[in-house]
Design a binder for this molecule. Structure first.
Ligand SMILES: C[S@@+](CC[C@H](N)C(=O)[O-])C[C@H]1O[C@@H](n2cnc3c(N)ncnc32)[C@H](O)[C@@H]1O
Length: 189
């Protein structure tokens, strides 16, 4: 992300209303799968204002939340304080182009990457899941998109990731209407 793009994200995050905690889009109708996650560590990749981070903290997860926008991170921290969830949300600024920071190693019991697409980073995510851990990824897709986007995944990109993630069961793999979602679960202990 160059300075111009970062500035645009900062401006969007500055002007947006406070986030309402909500589960990741890809888990709608599937939230029960988290009951089998043995631990309570979560990672929210490119968290933005942190609606998913706040929801996960409300479920008792200790959440690492990462985003390049300092405005988003500051607002998430403030919101976590307001909701008395600051003990569970650790938000910090990180540039995620190509990879996670070296100290973000997992294992995670819930790992979410929603509406941020970096193919190299996405490939690294299944390896951070602990036993029984769940990965939820939703990105823009060129399949069924009303308008083209340079951020959109090619057809089948997430399906390929799901099929090649060793040791993981595919719980959801859907693509259409300009979006692609996968939900994977690492085999339990
Ligand atoms: C569409 S928002 C998604 C936010 C959140 N995941 C959600 O679903 O509401 C994309 C986010 O990616 C962040 N972002 C863009 N490029 C980034 C980068 N190189 N490293 C880290 N975050 C980045 C932006 O600041 C923004 O918060």
């Amino acid at each position: 992300m160059d300075d111009g793009e970062r500035g645009r994200w900062d401006a969007r995050h500055r002007d947006a209303p406070d986030p309402t905690p909500r589960p990741p889009d890809g888990l709608v109708g599937l939230v029960d799968v988290l009951a089998q996650a043995t631990g309570r560590r979560a990672l929210d990749v490119a968290c933005g204002l942190g609606a998913v981070s706040l929801w996960a903290a409300g479920q008792g997860f200790a959440v690492d939340a990462l985003d390049r926008s300092a405005v988003a991170v500051a607002r998430l921290r403030a919101r976590a304080v307001a909701l008395a969830l600051d003990g569970l949300v650790r938000a910090r600024v990180a540039d995620l182009a190509g990879a996670l920071p070296a100290d973000v190693t997992g294992p995670y019991d819930l790992l979410v990457c929603q509406r941020f697409r970096d193919p190299a980073l996405l490939r690294s995510l299944p390896g951070l899941l602990g036993a029984g851990g769940v990965l939820v990824v939703t990105v823009l897709s060129e399949v069924g998109a009303a308008t083209p986007s340079r951020f959109a995944a090619a057809a089948g990109e997430l399906s390929h990731l799901a099929r090649t993630a060793g040791g993981c069961e595919v719980l959801r793999d859907v693509e259409g209407d300009g979006k692609a979602t996968i939900v994977l679960r690492r085999a339990g202990p």
